[in-house]
Design a binder for this molecule. Structure first.
Ligand code: 4AD
Ligand code: MG
Length: 477
C-alpha cells in the first residue's frame, strides 16, 4: 500500500486500490463524510466512511482537529466539486481533539483571535495558503539569485555594529550567568555581557555583506533582523526577515534595475506556481470588500495587481521631484497632509509615500537621491554635497518595500561622514579597510520579506504573514 499526500491523491484521475493517507479532520458530517486536510493543498479529500461497519466509539472520535490515518480505495467521486474520494476501509485515530476546547472550529474566526492562536492558525485555509506562499516566495528569492550568479552569504546575528546607525538595537545579554560583569555600583552590567564585549542583534547584514561583495562580487543575505523601534503599526515587526543583495562594480542605476528585475521575477514565479492559493486569497478579499464602503474597496484583484507590477515599469523620481509633486498636491478632501511638506530636506511620512504611489503615479515608485542628513552614514555622497545615492522603492498598499543605495567607496569622505555622525572609527575599522584595500563602486538594497508576503497575499497586517510575530506588545509562543 502506498502513502500519498492529499494533493497527490487529488491530482490522480485513476482508481487506486488501498491508498494510505494521514492528516487532520476538518469536518465530519452525517456520520459518513470526513473532510481530511494534510497541509499539502487547500483542498480536503473527502473520505467516505461505512458507519455501519465502524464502531461507535471510533466515529465519536472523528472530531475537528483530530489526527487520523486512513486506508481505503481511491474512487471517482459521486459528489459535486471533487473528482475523487476515498472509500474508507480502515481508520485509525492517531490523536484526539476535544471538540469542547479545540479553538479552530469550522467557522469564520477573526484575525485577532487567530493571532492569539498562532500555533494552530495554519490549520485554517487562509493561513495555510499564506504560509505556503511565504515558503514559495523564499524559494523564488534563492532561485533568482542562484540563476544570476550570486552567492548566498550568512551574515551574523550577533554583532558589535549598528549597521543603520539609528541606535535601534536589542542588546545581547547572558542570563543567569554565575559571574556576571558588574558595574561600579555592584549591579549586573548587561551592556558588556558578551564575554566582556558590548553586542546586539543585527539590524541588517549589509555591512558584512559588503565585505563579501568586495571579494566574491555578487552576494546576498536572507536572514532574520531585529529592530528595537517602538513602532506599533501594521507594517513593523521587532523581528523580520530581510533579503540583502550586495554587488561590486554596480552603481545606483544598476541597483534600481536589479531591484525591479528581481521583484518582477519573484512575482512571476508565484503567479506560475501558486495559482490555487492566490485565487483563494483573491476570493477572500473580494468577499471582504463587499462589506466595505465603495471608496475603500480594492480597485484591482490580487492576481491582476501582480500582473500589473510585472508588466509596467517602476516610476523613477528624485527626492527633489517628489517634494515638488507633494507641495503642489491636494491629497484628500481637506486638501492637506497631516504633516505638510514645508521644506526640502524633511523625511517623507507614510502618508506622502502612499499618496505618490496610490494616487499620483498609481504604480511602484523608486525615489532616489535623498538628502544626506535623513539617510544612513554609508551612502555615496553626490557631487552636490547634500544628497546621497539612496533609493527607496514604494509599493501600493505597502509603502516602503525596499531601501537601498550606492555605498560610499571613498575613504576620506566616509571618514568625514562618520565623524559628523559621531560614529567611532574603531568600531568599524574592518569596514574602513574595504576602502583602503581595493575599493570600488558598489551597491545593494534590503527588501523586507514580510512586506513582500503582504503584497502577494493581500494581507493588511504584517503580523499575519510571519509564523510567530514579535512586536513591542507581543512575543508570545
Ligand atoms: O530601509 P532599511 O532600514 O534598510 C536597511 O536596513 C539597509 N541596510 C538595506 C540595504 O541597503 N542592504 O530596511 C530595508 C527594508 C525596508 O525597506 C522594509 O521593507 C524592511 O526592510 N523593514 C521592516 N520590515 C518590517 N518591520 C520593520 N521594523 C522593518 N524595518 C525595515
Ligand atoms: Mg528604509
Amino acid at each position: 500500500m502506498t502513502s500519498y499526500t492529499v494533493s497527490e491523491l487529488l491530482s490522480k484521475d485513476i482508481k487506486l486500490v488501498e491508498v494510505s493517507v494521514k492528516g487532520w479532520v476538518r469536518t465530519f458530517r452525517a456520520n459518513r463524510f470526513l473532510a481530511l486536510n494534510d497541509g499539502s493543498s487547500l483542498q480536503n479529500i473527502q473520505c467516505v466512511i461505512d458507519f455501519k461497519n465502524t464502531e461507535d466509539a471510533v466515529l465519536k472520535r472523528l472530531t475537528t482537529g483530530a489526527a487520523v490515518h486512513i486506508k481505503g480505495d481511491l474512487v471517482a467521486s459521486q459528489g459535486k466539486g471533487q473528482a475523487v474520494e476515498i472509500n474508507v476501509n480502515s481508520i485509525d485515530v492517531l490523536g484526539d481533539s476535544d471538540p469542547e476546547t479545540y479553538p479552530i472550529q469550522p467557522k469564520k474566526h477573526s484575525f485577532e483571535f487567530l493571532r492569539e492562536n498562532a500555533h494552530l492558525r495554519t490549520r485554517t485555509n487562509t493561513f495555510s495558503a499564506i504560509m505556503r506562499l511565504r515558503s514559495a516566495l523564499s524559494f523564488a528569492v534563492h532561485k533568482y539569485f542562484n540563476e544570476n550568479g550570486f552567492y548566498y552569504m550568512h551574515a551574523p546575528i550577533i554583532t558589535g555594529s549598528d549597521a543603520e546607525g539609528a541606535g535601534e538595537m536589542f542588546k545581547v545579554s547572558k542570563l543567569n550567568a554565575k559571574n556576571p560583569p558588574l558595574d561600579e555600583n555592584g549591579a549586573i552590567d548587561y551592556s558588556k555581557d558578551f564575554f566582556g564585549k558590548e553586542t546586539n542583534l543585527t539590524v541588517s547584514g549589509q555591512l558584512e555583506a559588503e565585505t563579501y561583495a568586495m571579494s566574491l562580487g555578487k552576494v546576498y543575505t536572507f536572514g532574520p533582523t531585529f529592530r528595537a523601534e517602538n513602532s506599533n503599526t501594521s507594517r513593523h515587526l521587532s523581528e523580520f526577515w530581510m533579503i540583502e543583495p550586495e554587488i561590486a562594480f554596480l552603481d545606483l542605476a544598476g541597483n534600481m534595475d536589479l531591484a525591479e528585475d528581481f521583484m518582477k521575477y519573484v512575482l512571476n514565479y508565484i503567479l506560475k506556481n501558486n495559482r490555487e492559493d492566490l485565487e483563494f486569497l483573491e476570493n477572500r478579499l473580494i468577499a471582504e470588500d463587499k462589506s466595505k464602503p465603495e471608496a475603500e474597496r480594492n480597485t484591482m484583484g490580487l492576481i491582476e495587481k501582480l500582473h500589473f507590477v510585472i508588466e509596467n515599469n517602476f516610476k523613477r523620481v528624485s527626492y527633489t521631484e517628489a517634494i515638488d509633486i507633494l507641495k503642489n498636491s491636494k491629497p484628500n478632501k481637506k486638501k492637506k497632509f497631516k504633516y505638510p511638506i514645508t521644506e526640502w530636506g524633511i523625511d517623507l511620512q507614510s502618508e506622502h509615500e502612499r499618496f505618490l504611489v496610490e494616487k499620483h503615479f498609481k504604480c511602484p515608485v523608486i525615489i532616489f537621491d535623498y538628502p544626506a542628513n535623513i539617510k544612513a552614514f554609508y551612502m555615496r555622497l553626490n557631487d552636490d554635497g547634500k544628497t546621497v545615492r539612496a533609493m527607496d522603492i514604494l509599493f501600493p498598499g505597502i509603502g516602503e518595500m525596499i531601501g537601498g543605495s550606492q555605498r560610499e567607496e571613498r575613504l576620506e569622505v566616509l571618514q568625514q561622514r562618520m565623524a559628523e555622525l559621531h560614529i567611532d572609527e574603531k568600531e568599524l575599522w574592518w569596514y574602513l579597510d574595504l576602502r583602503k584595500y581595493g575599493t570600488a563602486v558598489h551597491s545593494g538594497f534590503g527588501l523586507g520579506f514580510e512586506r513582500l508576503v503582504m503584497f502577494v497575499t493581500g494581507m493588511s497586517n504584517i503580523r499575519d504573514v510571519i509564523p510567530f510575530p514579535r512586536t513591542p506588545q507581543n512575543a508570545e509562543f
